[in-house]
Write a protein that binds this ligand. Structure first.
Ligand SMILES: Cc1ncc(COP(=O)(O)O)c(C=O)c1O
Length: 363
């Protein structure tokens, strides 16, 4: 059974037209190809509601983690300190990166079913004047919670610190006015809400902060400043680029525009998400986070109560009938996750919930 749809938060189900773009083996130093890179960079700024020269976009080979690591290891200097606000595995991964790179950091760890508290961030900034940078995740894919980056950003900016946001699973699916929120670096990747395939991450950077990264990077290949220096000249990537992925991404950006841009996509995801939660509730299956902080990307559900439930059996049952769902990732409860991003519509939500119902009735 190869042809299932992905209800996972990326890689996700893409259109056939996006996949078809990858049938062409493009030359990396060809002007047409470099032009595609430049168009992608310009299109990303538009999606983020920012403009050159205040902001610039850098594409980085590798998955989303490479993008986050590139920012942290290029932006936080030897004499500087990073505050990491984490309420899930992806926030905690930033602390892991800081450990590996020897970056001085403080970790504010929040419960996985709560959002990052702006008040706590304010307090930590007051108590620790050595902090120069603050990083957090927008849509914590671990639980599905959507953090309030506007409220935290206001605190970070009032304190005059650099603000870094991992918007891996939200950028393109949730409208983010990057400049208005005072974000200095925001990271996402090709295979999330823009609906491309895996292979590179991208970072939208405040140019004045990116310029300060010169000579700070702890890694050669993840040096954000050097990557930008090469790319901004004419769109040439510093090292071999994932050409097929870049072509697919350019098509995915066109399709996002055709759908009606971020407002339309965001609406579709939101509707998918609300329908999913409603139908699961009818089966007695409850979400892990409360409605007010539930994001529109992925939902964590508790295992059904009072049953001898095997996620593996349900996964297999659903997969054989056309959908792949996700195991839970939170550490304090038995859960599974269902994503609703990608080329996914309300009929998919109806179908998958119908399959869950059938599975539970058959057991
Ligand atoms: C919020 C967030 N940050 C970081 C990552 C890591 O991205 P990747 O698995 O592409 O390295 C993910 C992956 O899903 C994510 O959801």
């Amino acid at each position: 059974m190869r042809n299932y749809k992905l209800l996972t938060p990326g890689p996700l189900t893409t259109t056939d037209s996006v996949k078809r773009e990858m049938l062409f083996d493009h030359c990396t130093w060809d002007d047409d190809y470099k032009q595609i890179t430049q168009e992608i960079r310009a299109g990303l700024l538009e999606l983020a509601h920012v403009q050159e020269p205040e902001y610039t976009a850098v594409l980085m080979q590798g998955s989303g983690t490479f993008g986050v690591e590139s920012v942290l290891t290029s932006a936080v200097g030897a004499e500087e300190t990073l505050l990491i606000a984490a309420n899930g595995a992806y926030g905690e991964r930033m602390a892991d990166m800081a450990e590996h790179a020897g970056i001085s950091y403080l970790l504010y760890r929040e419960d996985y079913d709560k959002i990052i508290s702006p008040e706590r961030v304010r307090q930590l900034l007051e108590e620790n004047p050595q902090i120069t940078h603050v990083s957090m995740v927008h849509s914590e894919t671990t639980s599905g919670v959507l953090n309030d980056i506007a409220a935290v950003g206001a605190v970070v900016k009032a304190a005059g610190k650099v603000f870094i946001v991992d918007a891996m699973s939200s950028f393109g699916g949730v409208d983010i006015p990057v400049g208005e929120l005072g974000i200095d670096f925001i990271i996402s990747s090709a295979n999330k809400c823009i609906q491309g395939v895996p292979g590179f991450s991208f970072i939208i950077c405040r140019t004045s902060e990116l310029e300060k990264c010169r000579g700070k990077a702890r890694s050669l290949s993840l040096d954000l400043y050097d990557q930008w220096l090469t790319m901004k000249k004419d769109g040439k990537w510093r090292y071999t680029s994932p050409t097929h992925v870049v072509l697919a991404f350019a098509q995915a950006m066109r399709e996002l525009k055709e759908e009606g841009g971020i407002p339309a996509r965001s609406r579709r995801y939101q509707e998918n998400n609300r329908l999913l939660i409603r139908r699961m509730a009818e089966l007695g299956i409850r979400p892990y986070v409360s409605e007010d902080i539930q994001g529109p990307i992925i939902t964590t559900f508790y295992y059904p109560e009072g049953r001898d439930f095997s996620f593996q059996e349900m996964y297999q049952y659903i997969k054989e009938r056309g959908y792949a769902i996700y195991p839970g990732k939170v550490t304090d409860a038995d859960t599974f996750r269902v994503g609703n991003i990608g080329e996914i519509y309300s009929e998919d939500m109806e179908k998958v919930c119908g399959l869950v119902k059938e599975f539970l009735e058959e057991r």
